[in-house]
Design a protein around this ligand. Sequence first.
Ligand code: NIG
Ligand code: FE
Length: 413
Amino acid sequence: MKSVLIKNIKALYGIINDASIQKKSGTEMSHLDSIENAYLIIKDGIITDFGSMNSLPEISLPSIDANNGYVLPSFIDSHTHIVFAKSREEEFVMRIKGKSYEEIAAAGGGILNSARKLQAMSEDELFESAKARLFEVISNGTGAIEIKSGYGLTVEDELKMLRVIKRLKAISPITIKATFLGAHAIPTEFKQNREAYINLVINEMLPKISAENLAEYCDVFCDQGFFTVDETERILIAAKQYGLKAKIHGNELGYTGGVQIAVKHQAISVDHLEYTGEAEITSLKNGNTMPVGLPNCSFFLGIPYAPGRQIIDAGLPFCLASDYNPGSSPNGRMSFVVSLACTQMKLTPEEAINATTINGAYALELSHTHGSITKGKLGNIIITKPIPSLAFIPYSFGVDMIDKVIIAGVEIN
Ligand code: NIG
Ligand code: FE
């Protein structure tokens, strides 16, 4: 069933009639256009019509009764690391007992722990576990996703991760974008010779990834204890020569210049932003880089939240993503991200929905096909249970308000 009529929608939210709108900024983010008592028509996977039930046209299509649930565009999760080998709850317990994320990383845990486990796992096993996570988040309402490498940290293992992502693309009902994150951490054997690892990323990994067409973007963990601004810049310049645009991990652990270097290199997005002040906001205003907050990570690690409220109040766009990964966010549920954005960053429900739909689409260069209820875009939607209001979604944190998920007109079970 790629064509479907959805009727008896309590309210159809996330309508953007102007298909040229790619993102929402500042006060625009508080507007989430809607039609009450609505219908929506998806034909051959594409949204072709919507309106009030009073003007429902005569058509014969298979239909779904929304039963007075709300309909929203699917979430876009623009930042994940769902290809990984094992969970890391032992580090979670170490943090409860007082160790910090950075201390654990400096002692060879964290990303390096995940890398050792991933290096020991076959491509097939990685594929199966990542596939299960992919379908888990689809059932939770994610309608397009970005997946990063970065737990390989050797030429072969980074390629292995990216090949897994390529295989996921081939079987996925939702669009996947792949990001190369070879510069996620300096492997232990290169600790005394960082330069050699950066050269490996630039001279060996990037050419092979490009030759196999394995990634759309290049990411660097530009932060204290990880990669410097200068190292980040070198990697981004090299990646650009292979046609990879930048998406940066920046300012999670300090005011490290990650935002400024991302903007300077016209990164599509700069993500984390727990340490964002006036200088970072000014820099963002001088570019088109999407700021992305990852509130799950702040919740789980007990670090500050990105100042989403101040970023929006400065007139900027703001996006939210799950950062689903075994270290800092072992959860990919976008509805929980929306709840945290409301309770901790003081975004309104409308702002948080825009941040996880149209602005997520911008952060993956998918605004032409995803992120809103717009004629001509993909019919990727969420139908909620019968709930009293839109705000009930973030209000009922941790509980799933989704009744049905439809991807390109097909109901996903
Ligand atoms: O986005 N901060 C860098 N990378 C991931 C965490 C990786 C890990 O701890 O495994 C993040 O939080
Ligand atoms: Fe991340």
